[in-house]
Ligand binder design. Structure first.
Ligand SMILES: CC(C)(COP(=O)(O)OP(=O)(O)OC[C@H]1O[C@@H](n2cnc3c(N)ncnc32)[C@H](O)[C@@H]1OP(=O)(O)O)[C@@H](O)C(=O)NCCC(=O)NCCS
Length: 146
């Protein structure tokens, strides 16, 4: 299985948009918001390719040595194969020397993601009640990188 993490290009937007749309029922990103990321100097964007096909992506913001995972998903047809863990661990390697913490918000009900983050050493910093538009609580999680 050939896996490769590379920077997202603007031409990846259609496939990234589609993975995002199929992964998030209420908080999916618009094409415009994906396009906007390419103009933000603090935005880092990656895709995961498996045998040449984009099967996952992630977008982070890196501001003054603090990284924040803005969105991250694996194509639903390719889940539970270790790909999410692989992409996240590659990102953590890429952040080495650049960031001291990696934080993210996750829905309190999103057990697959919470389990993945916990398995990689993330800890819950606090709850953010009514964080999402449907009223669900977010967990703010953090991984210390140094
Ligand atoms: C979260 C997500 C990225 C995980 O990707 P994945 O490739 O399926 O995950 P992996 O196969 O690498 O699994 C790694 C670990 O995550 C956890 N996990 C993954 N899927 C799980 C599930 N359905 N139920 C419980 N735990 C799960 C497990 O701890 C797993 O480790 P294990 O296989 O040793 O038990 C994927 O489910 C996804 O894209 N979800 C929708 C988008 C999303 O929620 N993104 C995160 C928003 S904060």
């Amino acid at each position: 299985m050939e896996l490769h993490v590379r920077e997202m290009k603007e031409e990846d937007i259609p496939v990234v948009y589609e993975i995002n749309r199929r992964s998030f029922t209420t908080d999916a990103w618009s094409r415009e918001s994906l396009e906007r990321e390419f103009r933000l100097p603090y935005s880092l964007r990656f895709v995961l390719e498996m045998e040449g096909r984009v099967v996952g992506y992630s977008i982070l913001w890196l501001i003054k040595e603090e990284a924040f995972l803005m969105t991250f998903a694996i194509d639903p047809s390719y889940r539970n194969k270790g790909l999410g863990k692989y992409l996240l661990s590659e990102i953590i390697n890429l952040l080495s020397g650049k960031a001291t913490t990696l934080q993210l918000d996750v829905r309190k009900s999103n057990l697959p993601a919470i389990n993945l983050y916990r398995s990689m050493g993330f800890e819950i910093v606090r709850e953010r009640p009514k964080f999402y538009s449907d009223g669900e609580t977010a967990l703010l999680m953090e991984l210390k990188l140094v």
